[in-house]
Ligand binder design. Structure first.
Ligand SMILES: Cc1cc2nc3c(=O)[nH]c(=O)nc-3n(C[C@H](O)[C@H](O)[C@H](O)COP(=O)(O)OP(=O)(O)OC[C@H]3O[C@@H](n4cnc5c(N)ncnc54)[C@H](O)[C@@H]3O)c2cc1C
Length: 479
């Protein structure tokens, strides 16, 4: 038998070694996390936008071809960049405002998305946040933004195919349908007009019988993303905004003024800089730990014939998304094409921008899901397929504001696949921030908060892979 004294000192020695090795591992992990951005510089790549929506983009603007100075430089010509430029000038801002876009406006997510025009934010959409009064205020704000988009469409007589016909979030299981029913009741109590729909109601509206229940939001809808980019370009230029395309910014040196350098060696000095670069923001050295850029895939059919349309029975053009974490979403365009996006996603090491080689498998999965939802489309092929980067924050919460140590830099990030409507609202708020009107938006929980911290490589890939594996394992399977 081991004497008691010796056993006690053994245990102490063991605890000491365990504590030292745990502390050492943690310190090592933290050190790797700290130095990894310096060891692994991120690559700036812009692939071609192959989407259906890109066909509606107007001819390219000229690139920036000389050194210049401006009061406001906006990097990125997606919805966020173009809307902030437009609203800033529209508010009476006298100074020069320029948009610098790496490729074409709408090159990023704004020209590649699933076209669902949604109320709310990703973290609050069809979800209970615990603060019904705030939820209602944010809901009303996002509904109001959809009306503003329609007003802009009317003012500039530029049809962006905005159809606020409502949107469905369909449930994949009976259990989820029961939860949705309870949510709808609670939401209505809080003043949100969300409805619970039974299977027959879903079938009557969109044809499929694949889902046992759904939540319907009457104020959401759909639009043509390429045409909305075009509308914002027209509106911004009408107010005097200058747009430069094919002008990628390579480096940004903060300061007052900040100095922006293009790939072709031109310099822009700017008093204010709006980072409207979404999933590409980390490439400029900002907000590296804010979001994870995830590849999503979308596929679209040619226009369906009347017979094909009749066979599926999608009578009301209501877009819908399902209730999986790796969500599928579908829409029916005005020219009768069906587009389906989502499903399995991809993350590329070190926020990589090179499209994963197995994207063919992703499109095949979209085809499989389309045939499951609408079996009568068994022989229909996709005419167009594309990918896009989504800037996911860890909790799905978007953020916007002024950077803590460089307040003449403004950002909006973390839309998490829910930005078609929200980006132009946030663009309007960014314009207010530049004008010194932050107090008007102090109530908004997304203002001047930074998203939940995302660790650097290699921990980022490990965490994303683990989360993806978990979602694939736990998401409801096709019945
Ligand atoms: C596949 C997919 C499906 C989606 N579906 C939906 C949906 O159905 N509904 C919904 O609400 N949301 C959806 N989203 C999300 C939504 O599209 C985005 O939240 C929104 O478009 C983001 O707009 P943005 O202007 O902030 O960013 P982006 O549109 O990505 O614009 C950023 C721009 O910055 C440019 N840029 C980047 N770096 C530089 C640089 N260094 N120099 C110059 N320019 C630069 C890029 O070229 C790009 O044009 C989807 C996104 C994707 C990818």
């Amino acid at each position: 038998m081991t004497p008691f004294k010796e056993r006690k000192s053994d245990r102490r020695r063991f605890l000491k070694i365990a504590t030292l090795s745990a502390t050492g591992s943690l310190a090592g992990a933290a050190a790797i996390n700290r130095i990894s951005p310096a060891l692994l510089p991120e690559e700036l790549v812009f692939d071609a936008n192959q989407s259906l929506w890109a066909r509606a983009l107007p001819p390219a603007h000229r690139p920036l071809d000389q050194d210049t100075e401006t009061e406001v430089a906006i990097i990125g010509g997606g919805f966020t960049g173009l809307a902030s430029a437009y609203y800033l000038k529209r508010s009476g801002w006298k100074g020069r405002v320029m948009v610098l876009e790496a490729r074409r406006c709408g090159h990023g997510a704004s020209g590649r998305n699933g076209a669902m025009l949604l109320t709310m934010t990703e973290d609050r959409y069809m979800a209970w946040s615990g603060d019904p009064a705030l939820d209602k205020r944010i809901y009303d704000l996002t509904v109001d933004n959809i009306r503003r988009l329609q007003a802009l469409e009317a003012e500039f007589q530029s049809d962006a195919e905005i159809d606020p016909v409502g949107a469905l979030q369909v449930c994949n299981t009976v259990e989820q349908a029961e939860q949705a029913r309870a949510f709808a009741e609670k939401a209505r109590g809080a003043g949100l007009p969300v409805e619970f729909w039974e299977r027959d109601q879903i079938t009557e509206a969109v044809g499929t019988r694949a889902y046992p229940g759904a939540l319907f939001d009457p104020h959401s809808g759909q639009l043509h993303p390429g045409k909305l980019v075009r509308l914002f370009q027209t509106a911004a230029e009408g107010e005097g905004v200058e747009i430069f395309e094919n002008s990628p910014i390579l480096r940004v040196a903060p300061g007052d003024p900040a100095r922006l350098s293009t790939v072709s060696g031109k310099t822009v000095k700017a008093a204010h800089v709006i980072l409207a670069t979404n999933a590409f923001t980390s490439k400029l050295g900002f907000l590296r730990s804010a979001t994870v850029p995830i590849f999503e895939y979308v596929a679209c059919t040619a226009p369906l014939s009347d017979t094909q349309l009749d066979s599926i029975g999608w009578r009301r053009r209501i877009p819908f998304n399902d209730s999986r974490t790796e969500v599928f979403y579908l829409g029916l365009t005005r020219d009768n094409r069906i587009h389906i996006g989502g499903g399995p996603t991809d993350y590329v090491f070190n926020n990589g921008l090179s499209v994963p080689p197995h994207s063919g498998l992703r499109f095949a999965r979209l085809g499989e899901e389309l045939r499951r939802i609408f079996p009568s489309l068994a022989g229909v092929q996709f005419e167009t397929t594309w990918n896009g980067l989504v800037d996911y924050s860890l909790d799905g919460t978007p953020s916007l504001g002024q950077l803590p140590h460089t307040p003449n830099f403004y950002y909006a990030i973390g839309f998490s696949g829910h930005g078609v409507n929200l980006t132009s609202l946030f663009g309007r708020i960014l314009a207010d921030l530049v004008r010194g009107r932050a107090a008007d938006w102090a109530w908004l929980p997304y203002l001047n908060r930074l998203p939940v911290y995302v660790p650097n490589e290699p921990w980022r890939s490990i965490a994303v892979d683990a989360a993806t594996w978990y979602y694939r394992w736990s998401d409801p399977k096709a019945p």
